[in-house]
Design a protein around this ligand. Structure first.
Ligand SMILES: [Zn+2]
Length: 279
């Protein structure tokens, strides 16, 4: 099994489209913002306003309105990610099981009804309801996260411009800060996409493996230099789905890209040994 990097990248691209559209909207309004800043800069410090000018408020409320329109895609974007990850976990699990049983006799494969069900991608009705619960919670959380992108960006814009007006800043400096805010939001979109993708992948994988009657998994990191030291120590070790690594499972930690592979030894009917290093 492997981290669904492609889904995370596509999710990020969808979010990036929103962030870029927000930036384009703001750029269109820049002449008006610049005029407000220039006007404030020319004023003497003691007559500068102590509340945001009305022009800024109305400008921001139009931007926020358009931002809200962009966020209307949130449901469609989150649903697409959900569907792709759900398909990916089912397919990857079936492949992993088939691969592990490749050398085994058909009797071994048939020995566990659960496992042969999993090969066909099937789950029990109880499993289905658990999967539904996880996916519904993913949808809710991700729709909220996507909607928070324009809100968060416009909060930053409001603060930056108002601060610029209040202190009589150079418009060029304010523009630079706005550009930085765009960068911050872009980065936030990337973190959301990666974190949420693997969290859902980990959770669905967990349910599907337990549904298949698999009790142990091997913890695999992606093996690059961004892997946490604490996860590096778990790499290649066997854990039970009941306990994980002291209650921790791949994908649980923020930005974790680790994967739980069904333990091939268990699938082949060999006695699973917790904590042993997989070969
Ligand atoms: Zn990890």
């Amino acid at each position: 099994m492997r981290f669904p990097a492609g889904v995370a990248v596509d999710y990020y691209r969808d979010l990036l489209k929103i962030v870029r559209a927000l930036w384009e909207d703001l750029r269109r309004d820049w002449p008006a913002i610049e005029a407000l800043l220039k006007e404030a800069k020319e004023q003497r410090e003691d007559v500068r306003q102590d509340a945001p000018p009305e022009e800024l408020d109305s400008l921001l409320s139009v931007l926020r309105l358009r931002g809200g329109k962009l966020a209307e895609q949130a449901d469609a974007i989150a649903a697409k990610v959900d569907r792709r990850i759900s398909d990916t976990t089912a397919r990857q699990l079936a492949d992993a099981i088939r691969k592990a049983l490749g050398a085994a006799t058909p009797e071994v494969a048939a020995e566990s009804i659960g496992i042969s069900q999993a090969v066909k991608g099937g789950v029990t009705s109880k499993g289905k309801s658990v999967l539904n619960l996880i996916e519904r919670s993913f949808m809710r959380q991700n729709v909220a996260l996507i909607k928070s992108i324009p809100e968060d960006f416009h909060d930053r814009v409001q603060n930056i411009v108002w601060q610029g007006i209040r202190t009589g800043s150079n418009p060029r400096d304010v523009r630079k800060q706005l550009q930085e805010a765009f960068g911050v939001e872009r980065n936030r979109a990337k973190l959301i996409a990666r974190d949420q993708t693997n969290k859902l992948f980990g959770q669905l994988n967990h349910v599907r493996q337990e549904e298949a009657g698999i009790t142990t998994f091997i913890w695999w990191t992606v093996g690059d230099n961004r892997v946490r030291d604490s996860h590096e120590k778990l790499h290649g070790k066997v854990f039970t789905w009941k306990d994980g690594a002291n209650g921790l499972f791949p994908g649980d930690d923020y930005q974790c890209r680790c994967i739980a592979e069904p333990n091939p030894a268990e699938l082949r009917g060999e006695e699973p040994e917790e904590g042993e290093v997989a070969s």
